[in-house]
Ligand binder design. Sequence first.
Ligand SMILES: [Zn+2]
Length: 175
Amino acid sequence: MTYIPPNKIEGKATALLDKVGIKAPAISVDRIAKALDATIEYSKLENALSGLVFLGSDRPIIGINSRHHKNRQRFSIAHEIGHIVLHAAQIGKDVHVDRGFTVMRRDTRSAQGIDVLEIQANRFAAALLMPRAFLEQSLQDDGIDIDDEEAVADLAKTYAVSRSAMQIRLASLFT
Ligand SMILES: [Zn+2]
């Protein structure tokens, strides 16, 4: 099994942001992909597919479902970047396909240890798009109460993430 402690995943996301020189939200996933020499391809995939990643050629290729909302596309890109950073060895030359992050066939997926990779990639994506240090700054600057739904919605807009992604991130960091 390939357990990576959550703080190590946060650290890897932060290191990548530092390396690319990103200092403010909304995080440019395009710049990060470019720094990793990864290409992003957008196509109309079936609705259940959010994205995929292929590491079997010279450069990583990320595929994204162009039918999905922009914020969801950004989360999917960050998720696939997580796979590139964390899981090159496990994915190997396979095409790794992501079918919606909430609907997982736990029976077969757990047995193959896939859930762990998905949880780690999601954790990385949240840390990349909503870095702890950036959020601490935002909360301090704007004096935001994380129970204030309108303030959280504004914050989600600033970071170009969905409201629920922001809510989950704030809860996991600050409650
Ligand atoms: Zn995945």
